[in-house]
Design a binder for this molecule. Structure first.
Ligand SMILES: [Zn+2]
Ligand SMILES: [Zn+2]
Length: 365
């Protein structure tokens, strides 16, 4: 209790590097430090990853292709907003109904929270809730001194992992882990196809290897990225683009049982779909945009599955932490920056000047 008081007294405001206007530089703002109520828990942010989806939130829309836009304001995103959904922090205070929480302990924040009361939320499939309340999207996130979390079950122990790496697991990590979980179990020697050898694709190679999978075929347009995939442990690589489906089938030694598409454009999804074996599954993860036309009788007769995958559950996050803590998975290269450089970090991401992941770090982390 003493520690809680001392910590809360140390700060009386919540400092945030916030989106005040879409597309305009982030601004440092001060908000009243929230007092946790009910089951809420207040953390002091020590680390926050900078995610590509923050760029879309900052711009205010997703491009749906064909000139169509998905407006985030229409979906309920309100400004000013402290973005940031890859958060690690220390617990500083908890509401009266939060139960026993270890004050001062470091925790990863599971950000994909929902309404908290529906069947999916109660089943701890928060990311499947029909009314998302994601931290850093619909409520203030980790580009800030503090973050308020609705329930202690959204806090995951990072074990002895580097907290900067652990932060990136909350979005990039579980997105990959959850997509992989949708194509497993499957014999270790049966090829799994990954489309896109960017950050997510490279992470997927590492996680599949850590899980003991031995046949990984990766497609990418860029020769340098195909090289990176081989270096990360892919067993074969093929060039994306025209004719990709046939190259995938050849590299797999036959049609593919499982394809995970981290790009998810009209071209990549069509090629991945075309490469599927009978009973095969295509998991769509990327947000590049476009459309896919299906010949419906063939979907039925060939018993195909086409499904989406979006972030993951708290259990996925905990499982990924355990896998990494066993030393079986290294994670992406990290660049650490002071929290006050949130805006600059975002601009570097926009300009394509980032390899791996940027993580903002608080001065007294
Ligand atoms: Zn993200
Ligand atoms: Zn819900």
């Amino acid at each position: 209790m003493a520690e809680m008081k001392a910590s809360v007294l140390k700060a009386s405001v919540l400092k945030a590097w916030a989106v005040v206007e879409n597309g305009a530089p982030l601004r440092e703002i001060a908000l009243p430090l929230p007092e946790p109520r009910g089951t809420e828990v207040l953390l002091e942010v020590t680390h926050c990853g900078v995610c590509h989806s923050d760029l879309h939130i900052w711009e205010g829309y997703y491009d749906l292709g064909g000139g169509e836009r998905l407006s985030l304001a229409e979906r309920g995103v309100k400004l000013p907003l402290a973005m940031g959904h890859e958060i690690v922090g220390r617990i500083r205070a908890a509401g009266p109904d939060a139960g026993v929480v270890p004050l001062g302990a470091r925790r990863i924040v599971y950000p994909w929270v929902g309404c908290g009361v529906c069947a999916r939320c109660r089943a701890e499939e928060d990311n499947m809730c029909a009314t998302p309340a994601s931290i850093g999207v619909f409520r203030h996130g980790g580009y800030a001194s503090h973050v308020l979390v609705p329930h202690p079950r959204h806090l995951i122990d990072p074990l002895d992992l580097d907290p900067a790496l652990a932060a990136t697991f909350a979005c990039a990590g579980i997105t990959v882990y959850s997509a992989i979980a949708k194509v497993l179990p499957r014999p270790a020697e049966e090829p799994i196809v990954l489309v896109g050898a960017g950050g997510l694709g490279i992470s997927a190679i590492g996680i599949l290897r850590a899980l003991g999978h031995r046949a990984i075929v990766v497609a990418d347009l860029a020769a340098a990225k195909r090289e990176a995939a081989l270096a990360a442990g892919a067993t074969a690589v093929v060039a994306a683009g025209e004719g990709m489906a046939a190259r995938l089938v050849a590299a797999c030694g036959g049609p593919a049982g499982a394809v995970i598409d981290f790009v998810n454009s009209s071209a990549t999804a069509a090629a991945g779909y075309e490469a599927l074996a009978k009973g095969g599954i295509l998991v769509l993860v990327g947000l590049f945009g476009g459309g896919l036309t299906l010949k419906l009788p063939l979907v039925a007769m060939r018993a195909l599955t086409v499904r989406g995958s979006y972030v993951g559950s708290p259990a996925d996050l905990a499982a990924l932490v355990r896998l990494a803590a066993e030393g079986r998975f290294a994670g992406p290269p990290l660049t650490r920056l002071p929290m006050a450089q949130a805006g600059a970090a975002l601009m570097r991401l926009r300009d394509g000047a980032v390899t791996g992941r940027q993580v903002l770090v608080a001065t007294d982390a």
